[in-house]
Ligand binder design. Structure first.
Ligand code: NZQ
Ligand code: ZN
Length: 389
């Protein structure tokens, strides 16, 4: 196991009714709360009324910051920071999924910084030697795990770059997680979020070191749980147990616990982020298309781990199979599962067919040093091309 330092500063309040029980107290001494959300789902499902009602009862001024889009842009971050400064907000409450939480993490930084946060903290790693505006989150759709880390993925539209940085100082102070809040998430979005969780775990699992380590064992249990509970939630969207397990697995995948001692790959995320920067495709659908193709390209470099994945996660008996055959069967099982839950398997299904564009995306894609094989632009392009059919 590699050496590591572990810390996670976010305090989690999990379970049905947690917002009613704790929000008022968590809003503490803040006088003005910037209530941030997306395109309006929380107004339809009653979450907005519940949250704003609690804040009003606690005597808070509320400033709405609405319309945070999926794949939040740097322009939106600047809009939020302006609003936070002008309104004198002393707390941000992000109510939504990864896009709202990520945008608000960047806003919390920009609201307390005079320079350009893209240049100083996203284009390259920076040092946060000041206190960002306090941020709390209420999760309404699970999958990214953004609630328990300092990661924020932002798209700079003009520069055509979508990139994430993880700053521990941007961890939300608290995360309220009520699985019942996710009942209204449409099935397509629910399975997408579940697949994002699975992807985060796989991107960590398929990286060295592969000697006996706690992280790999936890990850196998988590992957099996995500697969089982996604199937249950598709069957019955109001299955509280399934929604709870999906929500907590999503946090566990990204709260740094499973990454301890591992190098971590995230090459599939690098490829998807760059696809997203150029085409604004859905993060999870992009991952669903890319994962099997990426693994077919690299599995020989981590053969025994891919064989272990087939046996321990998908329950495929070795029989008379060689490592190569077993590893391939595991990747096939992953591809079949993606189809079973209704996620796309080709770039065409995402409306992406332009080979010239794919070449440009491949050439501008970040390359991870943490996986079994360091890809070059040609290999990335070939992966994209194999996803066209
Ligand atoms: O915008 P509204 O109207 O609220 O609708 C949203 C949105 O359309 C809807 N939704 C949310 N809660 C709902 C609901 N619909 C009905 N009922 C509810 N309770 O869900 C849709 C998707 O929301 P979004 O936040 O965009 O999705 P997700 O949570 O998948 O976040 C995606 C973003 O997170 C980034 C991605 O790159 C992408 O930008 N990521 C962040 C990570 C992190 N910070 O650690 C890691 C991930 O790998 C990922 O890259
Ligand atoms: Zn992701």
């Amino acid at each position: 196991m590699n050496n590591f330092i572990f810390q996670n500063s976010t305090k989690v309040y999990f379970g049905q009714g947690c917002v009613k029980e704790y929000l008022s107290c968590l809003a503490g001494k803040a006088e003005t709360v910037m209530l941030a959300y997306g395109g309006g789902s929380i107004k339809k499902n009653g979450i907005y009324d519940e949250v704003s009602g609690i804040l009003k009862k606690a005597g808070k001024n509320i400033v709405d910051f609405s319309g945070i889009m999926s794949n939040p842009t740097y322009a939106k971050v600047k809009e939020g920071a302006r609003l936070a400064k002008e309104s004198g907000a002393d707390m941000i409450l992000a109510v939504g999924g990864g896009s709202v939480m990520d945008c608000c993490k960047a806003v919390s930084l920009a609201a307390r910084y005079d320079g350009d946060i893209w240049d100083d903290f996203w284009a390259r790693p920076g040092v946060i030697n000041f206190e960002p505006l306090p941020l709390g989150v209420i999760v309404t759709v699970s999958g990214t795990g953004s609630e328990c880390n300092g990661g924020a993925v932002i798209t700079h539209e003009e520069k055509k770059i979508k990139t994430g940085r993880d700053y521990p100082k941007l961890n939300p102070r608290f995360a309220l997680m009520d699985p019942a809040y996710t009942y209204s998430v449409p099935e397509k979005q629910m399975v997408s979020g579940g697949f994002d969780t699975l992807s985060h775990i796989m991107e960590t699992y398929f990286s060295e070191p592969d000697d006996d380590n706690v992280s790999d064992d936890i990850m196998e249990a988590l992957m099996k749980s995500v697969i089982r509970n996604l199937r249950a939630a598709v069957k019955n969207p109001a299955d509280y147990t399934a929604r709870s397990n999906l929500m907590w697995a999503s946090t566990m995948a990204e709260n740094r616990v499973i990454k301890m001692g591992k190098r971590c790959d995230f090459q599939c995320h690098n490829m998807e982020h760059q696809l997203g920067a150029y085409t604004d495709c859905n993060h999870d659908c992009g991952l669903a298309v890319l994962h099997p193709a990426y693994y077919r390209c690299i599995y020989k470099y981590g053969l025994s781990k891919f064989a272990r994945f087939a046996e321990n996660v998908w329950g495929i008996a070795r029989g008379g199979r060689s490592d190569d055959e077993l590893a391939s069967a595991g990747i096939d099982a992953l591809a079949d599962f993606i189809k079973e839950i209704g996620l796309p398997s080709t770039l065409g299904e995402l409306g992406i067919t332009d080979k010239k564009l794919l070449k440009e995306i491949a050439e501008t894609c970040a390359v991870s040093a943490g996986g079994y094989k360091r890809l070059n632009a040609k290999e990335i392009y070939n992966i994209f091309i194999s996803c066209l059919k």
